[in-house]
Design a protein around this ligand. Structure first.
Ligand code: ZN
Ligand code: ZN
Length: 344
């Protein structure tokens, strides 16, 4: 079968290959993929980021944001049937560790990932543990169904701690998940949204998705804008995606007292913060990892199903899987939003 795999432990070294079709094992479902999205994690594997280098054996079929139809059910699987249209959660959780047992499976101590620890969804067929195949409502199109996994992160970021309803919200960094966060925050009742990114294509889409103000931080000071929008106080919630030290610093300067800072990305290297200055402001800092299963996932699906959020403009470029490498290069060049690979 056709598949897109990391073939050497080196930069790029991703190829469209002819791979053996997966066989069905107990507890797994066999899925015929229809669409799959290229994610930042796939890009980190493609660009051979240091944090991925010890995590990947080759050859490994990439991809964890995927949708398709179940064509085979392994022994012991309940609640799914051949013909079900499903989308993949990317966290394969153990179900028995301390965190799984208390309902925090997204923080499982033994997480596995399609496209990292097992072969993933950039292929005609994938076999995954049934626990990560979630049925998708019929009125959600394939491109969007392939984006439920990252959208769940956006929903998690908006719904965690004190939420976003009625609040002033700064979304710092408008890559695909930042843009999804603008859309989710709007749908979930944020009062004012400030979206920040240096890329004008992304800023234009942030506006379309519901941002009240957009700022290019290379030309306009973020904290000055945040304070102007909020009577001089700063925002109540900031969600940080930029992953660069200057981005984090500008977010910290944009917060009112008792604000929520939700970190979805962080700087690549340790970054010094003045903790005394932070604690005097009553700041709360939360780390956002994945989606809470299944409440964030299911709320995301409802927002899509009920047309409160439309992510279709994010699917760009849309390519046949055989041209996957163009998708990786489009991200590296800054032209892409969320590349979608179709099995056609
Ligand atoms: Zn992803
Ligand atoms: Zn666990």
């Amino acid at each position: 079968m056709l598949a897109v795999a990391k073939i050497k432990q080196a930069e790029a070294s991703v190829g469209v290959i002819d791979a053996p079709s997966p066989t069905l094992s107990p507890g797994h479902v066999l899925i015929q993929i229809t669409a799959a999205g290229i994610c930042g994690t796939d890009m980190a594997i493609y660009n051979w980021a240091p944090r991925m280098q010890s995590r990947i054996d080759v050859p490994r079929i990439l991809g964890h944001e995927a949708t398709g139809k179940i064509i085979g059910i392994g022994s012991g699987v309940q609640g799914l049937e051949v013909g079900d249209r499903v989308s993949l959660e990317s966290h394969i959780f153990c179900g028995i560790c301390h965190y799984c047992r208390r309902g925090d499976a997204h923080l499982c101590e033994h997480l596995g990932y399609p496209g990292i620890s097992i072969d993933g969804g950039f292929a005609e067929l994938v076999s995954v543990p049934a626990q990560i195949a979630r049925v998708v409502p019929q009125n959600i199109d394939d491109n969007t169904a392939a984006m439920i996994e990252p959208f769940g992160i956006a929903v998690h970021a908006c719904m965690s701690q004190r939420g976003t309803a009625g609040k002033t919200v700064l979304v710092n960094g408008c890559g695909p998940i930042g843009l999804m966060t603008v859309a989710a925050a709007k749908a979930l009742g944020a009062r004012r949204i400030l979206a920040v990114d240096p890329n004008p294509i992304r800023l234009a889409l942030a506006k379309e998705f519901g941002a009240d103000e957009i700022v290019d931080p290379t030309s306009i000071d973020v904290s000055t804008t945040a304070k102007r929008m909020t009577g001089g106080y700063g925002v109540e919630v900031a969600i940080e995606y930029s992953g660069v030290p200057s981005g984090l610093d500008s977010v910290l300067a944009s917060l009112e007292r008792m604000a929520d800072l939700r970190l979805v990305a962080g700087p690549a290297h340790p970054h010094a913060l003045d903790v005394n200055a932070l604690l005097r402001t009553g700041l709360s800092i939360y780390g956002i990892h994945g989606r809470r299963l299944w409440q964030d996932w299911d709320l995301g699906v409802k927002l899509l199903e009920e047309r409160k959020v439309d992510l279709s403009a994010l699917a760009d470029p849309v390519l046949p899987m055989s041209r996957a490498l163009e998708g990786f290069e489009a991200v590296n060049s800054g032209r892409a939003l969320k590349p979608i690979l179709l099995n056609q």
